[in-house]
Design a protein around this ligand. Sequence first.
Ligand code: ADP
Ligand code: MG
Ligand code: ZN
Length: 661
Amino acid sequence: MTDKQPTTPGKNQGGSNSQRPHGFGPAFWWVVLVLLIIWNAMFLWPHSKPEAHIPYSTFLDQVRAANVADVLISGPQISGTFIKPLLWSESPAGGLTPSSGKAEKTKSPGARHLSGTSAGKNEGKPQKYVHFATIFPESVGDPALMPLLESQHVTVNAKVPSKPWFMALLVDWGPMLLLVVYFLWIGRQTMGKQSGMFGLGRSKAKRYSSEQPKVTFNEVAGAREAKNDLKEVVDFLQNPQKYVRMGARIPHGTLLVGPPGTGKTLLARAVAGEAGVPFFHISGSEFVEMFVGVGASRVRSLFEQAKAESPSIVFVDELDAVGRRRGAGLGATNDEREQTLNQLLVEMDGFDEHQEVIVLAATNRPDVLDPALLRPGRFDRQVTVPHPDREGREGILRIHTAKIPLAPDVNLELLSRKTVGMSGADIANLCNEAALAAARGLNKQVGMADFEEAIDKIILGGEGPSLTDPNARRIVAYHESGHALVAWFTPGTDPVHRVTIIPHGRALGVTEQVPSEEQYNYSRAYLIARIDVMLGGRVSEQIVFGDVTTGAENDLIQATRLARRMVTRWGMGSLGPVAFESDEQQPFLGYELSRGKDYSEATAAHIDKDVRKLISERCEVATRLLSSERDKLDKLAETLLREETVDEAVLKQILGPANQV
Ligand code: ADP
Ligand code: MG
Ligand code: ZN
């Protein structure tokens, strides 16, 4: 989207069917350029007139002989005109050699006229000159010159000496040179884009030909189902006959659906790489232009290119930017988007049976797509690309650490567990951050510590400076110890991996739990234990200091949110197995603006009461636990104050075996 040049918005309306670019071709601009150069030259070329280069003494003689009409003095240069033309021969070298001794005066009245036209070469042959030039002997000076000129009634003009030649060149020709460079540049640009200077409606689809580095399915880890589905697409492209023979219609549109960064674009490129076909890649947002009709014409030329090179793949990234439900939004861009979308639908219908053009599209918002896009014959296949599971994450880690020198202590399996919820792009970023951290530390290899630092940086924000106020540090130490202790002694929670009182991002301390298994389904016991752990920090402050701080704000928000969901969505409160939909939908969809609650005020009050009851119950449980383990709490807090960070092994030393009450 950076290289568009909407210089002439009006130009594009309508027919961008033609292969020829719009506007003027490069040839036109070359003609303009040449004309400009000629015009410039005409103005700047010195108007040469024939002049005799005479010695200063000859000049004085001529003045005394009353044969000088006027002079122009410019620095040491004196030029002027004779009253009667002077017969003079220029030396071939242009030096100042008088030809036949003394210059003669001619009496012929026509001579003046004659010399005016004698512009030819003057090698040695005497000729008649009206104009002359001489050099004034500046270093010697001639105080008698002015009185002499005056006495002879010579008109005296003076001029500031002209600039040195290179300055003159720069000033006079500089702008011209700039212009030339500019035109050359434009020329190259237009050729590179194989479109006219103002080729606005031309498709910006990039072509990935088979020569370019091939991405294969090997470079995509995880996403097993997606890969299986897409292998079929590869097969269509490689052996279309196989399917045509069976009378099957080759499906044209496949929609990749998944959260950002899960490798949709990567998969699409891999399909092209595996099949070895041309790959046309364009992003939906590139279709949506300010000028009505541009998007539609882009779609048209994109598909034209693709059809010309079939079998090929058209990949429309961010389909939701153009394929939103029609008639939903507000504003002028809507009109343009609808035209673009309509054109896309037309193109997808327009394939005939034998054109092996496969349209892949990616979106993370399938819910906002126009239903017309999803009907059979268009994007009738959907391939879901979910967040990677543990195994997938390990695979992605393996791919992205392949070129990184890893220290022996790096455990990719452990890392894959610590990166729950990260997308492929997040993990790629993590590997890069770890490498950066190692480089900063001047290490030869990237170690586990570098990865941990990178994870902290990505999830929690960078490490901040340690707290200096001893009181605040004590409070944070007890707060984190509270979280850790509750987690340690509550059955069914995720194991505590690390506790630290080094601030990260906005958090003053962190207690890190790493789930041992991927969980898709959470039991009530697990969720309640989570609430216990969240409340542990605040409860610990209360027990030890008899007061609470604002440090527990985030804990409380999360615990309350979780409790509310348990009550309203998962039927885990006292309301029974009923789900009350809360309005957590995206509010910016246009067609789903504000839906309000679908339950009564009485129920709302009941929900609030239930949530409060749940939280305060769990507060009591945590208080009981921490009070009975007060000595261990103190010990952990002291260790934290001393060491700042405590890992699992040290926790075991201090607290004994985990998950036993
Ligand atoms: P999306 O298009 O889904 O938003 P991308 O395909 O652009 O995500 O992924 C961004 C980057 O993340 C990729 O270039 C790749 O480096 C990395 N990545 C994402 N998913 C995977 C995966 N499954 N395997 C390997 N690398 C991945
Ligand atoms: Mg993408
Ligand atoms: Zn906390």
